[in-house]
Design a protein around this ligand. Structure first.
Ligand SMILES: Cc1cc2nc3c(=O)[nH]c(=O)nc-3n(C[C@H](O)[C@H](O)[C@H](O)COP(=O)(O)OP(=O)(O)OC[C@H]3O[C@@H](n4cnc5c(N)ncnc54)[C@H](O)[C@@H]3O)c2cc1C
Length: 387
């Protein structure tokens, strides 16, 4: 099978889909709009062999007290959060959670105020310490804990803050929505294939698998953590160069997930609660209860159930809800990419390796993919005309 396209989107996770969604919303003069509609776009992904992190994620969007003007990353997160709201909040009025995959919730953030350093667990979230608060201006307005779902004996150990504008994302629904909306306006063909080689010759990228060859002058590399793990995909050591230039590392994360129905256990609506760094999330639409997650270097997946058991026990100790037994939970692991200073990037290279080629490199979405990817795509598409 041979296919030629005007643009190949290599990857089918949130990086790739946010780029296509923003592309489909570009405001152009009629002549350019016509060109954009005629562009043949090929999205290549391999959901079974290269599982997208975008499905293996707690996928929340919140500002967590970030304000503008304090750091470049803070500014990016701030602008990205507002861009996300600008894009999707109006749609919440006309679309259900089941259609859009976004649910507005209040994030209830609990901070341990009396540290117990004896319990410190270097692998885990900083659940047991209070250092997250030390000198942190963001969390000045903390209140006493009164919520009934926190056990009475634990309430005095915490202070709390509510963030009203936060969002739970249902990754499968949301990504289906993004792709189908983009397909209404753009000519996108989706191909499921595992690419084994990328070359660049005669002014074209050539991606090949065991059963297909794909060609295009323009390529968006949105392979997430697989970029780091398979650097040799780019000829002439360019993959290694990217990894060095942006200090890209793979940081896997695992969490516990139990699927309902949880009849009689008191889970009636979605919630998004965080104890220092430890998430405790319930997605009512899909009836999924989430506890976690870990942050561990490298792509090697090994026994994380024992670490997650510590988190499970912690949640059982703290909350006054009937949590299903540990055996009901599966371990979900995703591979995310961290770039220098945790700053995500979408870089564009003209004449990459050969004349007339254009490459976009999406990377480092790390823990803020659902917030930042739309704003990064929007900014890049404002600058670069794909036509
Ligand atoms: C535990 C955990 C919790 C998280 N929580 C949050 C959160 O609350 N909020 C948030 O915003 N982010 C969160 N993240 C991070 C976020 O999920 C990731 O950063 C994001 O999903 C990465 O998206 P991506 O599109 O860059 O990569 P991916 O989603 O990994 O997509 C990569 C794509 O490339 C394709 N691919 C790769 N190699 C090949 C190949 N050889 N051939 C064909 N296709 C290929 C894959 O099939 C896939 O479609 C979390 C991550 C984890 C692990």
């Amino acid at each position: 099978m041979k296919k030629k396209a005007d643009l190949i989107v290599f990857g089918g996770g949130i990086g790739a889909l946010s780029f296509l969604y923003e592309l489909s919303l570009l405001e152009l003069v009629p002549e350019n709009l016509k060109k954009l509609k005629e562009m043949k776009i090929l999205l290549i992904h391999a959901p079974l062999l290269a599982t997208p992190c975008s499905f293996q994620t707690t996928s929340t969007v919140s500002l967590t007290g970030i304000k503008e003007g304090l750091s470049p990353l803070g500014d990016l997160l701030f602008k990205s959060f507002h861009h996300f709201e600008h894009r999707f909040v109006p749609l919440l009025k006309s679309k259900s959670v089941a259609e859009l995959g976004i649910e507005k919730v209040t994030k209830e953030y609990f901070f341990r105020v009396n540290a117990n350093t004896d319990d410190d667990d270097q692998h885990g979230p900083k659940l047991l310490g209070s250092d997250i608060l030390d000198g942190n201006e963001r969390f000045k307005d903390l209140a006493e804990v009164s919520q009934t779902y926190i056990k009475t004996e634990c309430r005095h150990s915490f202070k709390t803050i509510n963030e009203e504008n936060s969002y739970i994302i249902y990754p499968e629904i949301f990504q289906h929505f993004l792709l189908s909306e983009a397909q209404k306006k753009l000519n996108i063909e989706v191909v499921e294939d595992f690419i084994v080689k990328t070359e660049c010759h005669h002014g074209e990228f050539h991606l090949s698998s065991q059963c297909g060859d794909y060609f295009s002058h323009k390529l968006l590399d949105a392979r997430g953590a697989y970029q780091n793990e398979f650097q040799s995909f780019f000829p002439q050591h360019f993959g290694e160069q990217f990894v060095k230039e942006y200090n890209l590392t793979t940081v896997r994360g695992s969490f516990l997930k139990a699927r309902g129905p949880f009849e009689g256990l008191g889970f009636e609506k979605s919630f998004y609660r965080v104890f220092n760094d430890l998430n405790f999330i319930y997605r009512h639409q899909s009836q999924e209860l989430i506890i976690g997650s870990t942050t561990l270097k490298g792509a090697l997946v090994f026994e994380e159930r024992s670490i997650l058991k510590i988190y499970y026990d912690e949640i059982v100790k703290l909350v006054d809800l009937k949590i299903p037994s540990f055996d009901h939970f599966e371990v979900v692991t995703g591979l995310r990419t961290k770039a220098r200073k945790r700053t995500p990037l979408l870089k564009h290279y003209s004449n990459f390796l050969e004349k007339n080629t254009e490459l976009w490199h999406f990377s480092g979405l790390y823990k803020n993919a659902y917030t930042t990817s739309f704003y990064l795509s929007f900014c890049e598409l404002k600058k670069e005309i794909l036509l």
